[in-house]
Unconditional design. Sequence first.
Lengths: 380, 524
Amino acid sequence: MLYLLQHYWWLLVSLLGSLLVFLMFVQGGQSLLFGIVKSKEEKTLLINALGHKWELTFTTLVTFGGSIFASFPLYYSTSFGGAYWLWMSILFLFVVQAVSFEYRGKAGNVLGSKTYEIFLLINGFFGSLLLGVAVGTFFTGGSFVMNKMNITDPLQPVISYWTNGWHGLDAIANPFNLLMGIVVYLAARTLGLLYVIKQIDLDSLVAKAKVQIKVTGVAFILGFVGLLIALFTMTGHSVSPENGVISAVKYKYFFNMVELIWPAIMLICGILMVLYGIGSSLFSKGKFSFFITGGGVVLSVWSILICAAFNNTAFFVSTVNLQQSLTLYNSSSSLFTLKVMAYASLFIPFVMGYVIFVWRSLSKTKISNSDLDRPDAHKY
Amino acid sequence: MLLASLLGLSRLQFALTAMFHWIFVPLTIGLGFIIAIMETYYVRTGNEFWKRTTKFWMKIFAINFAIGIATGIILEFQFGTNWSNYSWFVGDIFGAPLAIEGIFAFFLETTFFAIMFFGWNKVSKNVHLLSTWLVAFGTVLSAMWILVANAWMQYPVGMEFNPDTARNEMVDFWAVALSPIALNKFIHTVTNCFVVAAVAVTGISSWYLLKKREEEFARKSIRIASVFGLISLIILIWSGDGSAYHVAKKQPMKLAAMEGLYRSQIGTPIVAFGILNPKKSISRLERDSLGFALQQPYLFNISIPKGLSLLVDRKSNTFVPGIEDIIQGGYTYINNQGEEVIALPVRERMKRGRVAIGALASYHKAKEVGDDQGKEIALATLKENFGHFGYGYIEKPTDIVPNVPLTFYAFRIMVILGGFFILLFSLAIYLERKGIIYRTRWFLVLSIVSVPLVYICTQAGWIVAEVGRQPWTIQDLLTTGASLSGVSASSVMTTTIMFFVLFSVLLAAELTILFKVIHKGPAQ
């Protein structure tokens, strides 16, 4: 039962992670500021279109963090407490985003609109990049040591340490993590462009987005292919279910895909949807391109995250002491807690149901300047 | 110097973040309900005046909501970044409410927030009203789960220590979710939020009356807010009494600090107002116990005879232990199992705590070498002494005493201001019913002054709850010192400075926008 629930919760956490990457179209859209967006009219429209959705992305990020804390607290403790500067950087990048939409256009704004637009741009680029880097550590691990029994030393009870002074910033220097960060950013930007095409009623901006999607979409696909090659050829780490011993296995993630099969099917479906979604935006009106590409991104990211921990894989490897690496078995909450939360998770379809209802209600028509010019409009 | 240490800086950073977060959250929670009431008037009457009024207060709500979200995520991250040991030790219990909060409350708030602000012309009036109510309930639901987690830290129940994983594990969800401390804390905190919002609405509306602007808007806003505030305040005071009752039972040291009570007696008085004698300090107790004993606890005080005994046990002759009594032990009390037991001296509890910690280490050593008998002995020792586990991390007995002056004065500030707000709301209702509120200048000024006061009051309440719990993160089980991450003090110092600068800038940005919106008024 515990085994089942540990895997169930990794599935859910991974699903939240993949939904987060999809919803980071908001970050991708923000990264278009000062780029293809030139006029004040375009800027205001873009920010307002994204502003209707930013809280959903932010909430998914918070829930993603909360779910990891709840289901795999040892990961939360080891990664957040160890890779201190990486997580703090992500935190600052998201805090400045949270106020920028609401405050940017308000009268009495002492920092000036431009400051908030810069905050949005920085969050759009570096926020998605660094979150990608953090996700990359699921495959590359970290320079930590962890021993729960340190708690029995009253003078030095800390159970985990990062062994170098970079405290997580070293993760950015890892080529795989960096590639993951860049691919997450490109995915976000591609989805941001598709969202502009789908949701904004301003021909000049949509035309520019359609030109941009050719470059960004292709870069995303190439980057993603590169990431998959790197992932499938890298050495992963396997944990023995019998004795918990962790050992290096060549092509571990490739074998995970092949041995489990269903993540591979998800990945193939995801890639086809991404290709179709981006292609349809180039050769047709692309009415559904955003959702098709988004669905493809969710499936692809979900399958990759599943392979990070399923099939007896260590999902947060200690590069200092392999045997102290984290697996689903040694880092999860207890059977009782996972069970309680599993009951709570039965409400997730209901939550997703009303999120979709509200999304549909508010996004039936494209957003235009005339919507924003209405006297009672809540304008960002 | 505490503030130069990792512990001091980590505590400072968490306190700074939590207090900054708590500037925005209570107004958001309370205002959500006031807005929902106003919109209900609009939907029922169809009067455009109520729509305009609702939309004005919604603007204030949105400005607060954004910054509340921004600061909320910082707290969530800090559990991991600065308190990683704590995250592991209690993640099995604390994580569940946090995850449930995310699934149930955050999505409810943010999803329907979108309809509330962007859906006026896209959904029907009734769907919009429902969304506004759902956002209000979402904010309360969100508060509920985080307060359940906080209550568990004050009174850990529904869990067992697992020696194999070296952490506490939940065994009874309902004991955690419905513990009397959690229920009381939830009611006390949420009604406190309602009062904050009611004072803010009354204060802002009074400013309009003082400026002879928006009279109908201001008077009707005051009418709703003052009644809402007064009802909330009555429940708040009732739950405050419950809080003190629970603190007395579960956290006697916190109560002693709240009262500045060092030595007690049968039929303990309560200090209604007092000034502590600075010479009677814990540092003096450590270095000069005779000199300490000769000092009176208060320079001046007005006390109600037997008041504290009545408050904590509803009996006039109950013995309420003071700080020195708790350190020295020897008095009888009723434990969590309902048995009458003699309190152990803290020094003895420290000894037993170290025995428990040592037994955990022995258990693991025996497990490693396959010594089953050794495991059993260690386990039995651990179980016998587990109630003192946290005391094993305490260096000296006086370390279990929280900051007495801060707790003592914060408690009095909270109570005195709470009493003042009864007067404020009662006067508001009376003057409004008489129809003279708009020309009662002194009251309007008082209402405006009350806005910063209500923030001082609510912050003081959290200071009592959190400073009073020191040195524990989890009462009797884990100290703040044993909860830390393995990061350097300089890293935490740097991020604390960064947070301080960020918060100062955000506060300035928020207030200037808020003042501008108020200045423009609902007509804009």
